[in-house]
Design a protein around this ligand. Sequence first.
Ligand code: DMJ
Length: 453
Amino acid sequence: QMMKHAWDNYKRYAWGLNELKPISKQGHSSNLFGNIQGATIVDALDTLYIMEMKEEFKEAKEWVEKNLDFNVNAEISVFEVNIRFVGGLLSAYYLSGEEVFRKKAVELGEKLLPAFNTPTGIPWALLNIKSGIGRNWPWASGGSSILAEFGTLHLEFVHLSHLSGNPVFAEKVMNIRKVLNRLDKPEGLYPNYLNPSSGQWGQHHVSIGGLGDSFYEYLLKAWLMSDKTDEEGKKMYYDAVQAMQTHLIRKSSGGLTYIAEWKGGLLEHKMGHLTCFAGGMFALGADGAPDDKTGHHIELGAEIARTCHESYDRTSMKLGPEAFRFDGGVEAIATRQNEKYYILRPEVIETYMYMWRLTHDPKYRQWGWEAVEALEKHCRVDGGYSGIRDVYNNHESHDDVQQSFFLSETLKYLYLLFSEDDLLPFEHWVFNTEAHPLPVLHKDNGNKEENQK
Ligand code: DMJ
């Protein structure tokens, strides 16, 4: 019902545009997608399919066939377009078997290739998909590319090679690994900034939240998606987790485990909502952990889940802030006004879903249900679902944006949290960072993974 409410209102007020403004009841466009259109449609395709919303899936597919156009003069974010559009199309193809999605995914993948035309092959953040000219965000450490952006192409690009028969996509992302493995890492950590021309790190800031997050996620998932044959990805992941444990993961005096940020050797005792995905990641990676550390990685996942639940529970609205701190006498609470917002993000619910699947502890379903109730009470409006400006206030101030990831991730992870484990089982599927399921490429069975729902 939540999906239906979000979808029907998008359809009514913003059909074909990127996102919905649920209060003003009109379209919302973000410069992340340039003038590529239909982000909500492409992001929602697999959720509609999984929830068996057949009519809606059919109309979404028809829109893609007739209207999804990449021959536009648009400067786009390579990362955002990859995780939402390429990822969304790939999942829609693998779930439904409809050729149009495969074709569009490969066509878009080809448009993204010029982003890799840099001296090192580390891609630009921004690309004009007509001219093929790339550049980096002006604010990013002296012209650097961003770890979480260039490190979050791997899963989709391996599938693009698999589906197109063209090795170029996989070669581009394997080269990123090569560049990273040649570099010294401070204390074994990966800084968030890397200059694509010099191949040197920018500022030594390290984060498992924004700017770093899904790079680590994709190391683990690349290994899982390769049917555990990608030993390089595996080693990079477990080495990185080891460094996080030594240098970033701390326990508050009240007993809450958190992941701090690192700035040139100094810790900032702050954790972002984005960082909360790491609970699920640690638990998902527990099985392959070296030195009999499986139980330890599950426990770490459980502790992060508890901390992130506390960040929700300590607000008036029972929805978590964008960032919360462990200093100045507070624990798991936002102290700065500009960190008190909630934009319908999925990461905490994502972690509950992984923890539920991997432990079956009923508290994760209870916590997920608390989030459902809070979303219904505070974010649901007549025209869809909206983010909130201050979750510590008793009265909602809505931000008037229904993010496309609310349909692709937040609602999908909630649905999976309350479904049986054999819906998209982890042995056969990995989720990209936008919650788009991609099949594990099994060593021994060619294309049998397709449609193995
Ligand atoms: C999504 O686009 C993805 O989950 C990404 O990895 C991080 N930001 C949003 C959701 O918060």
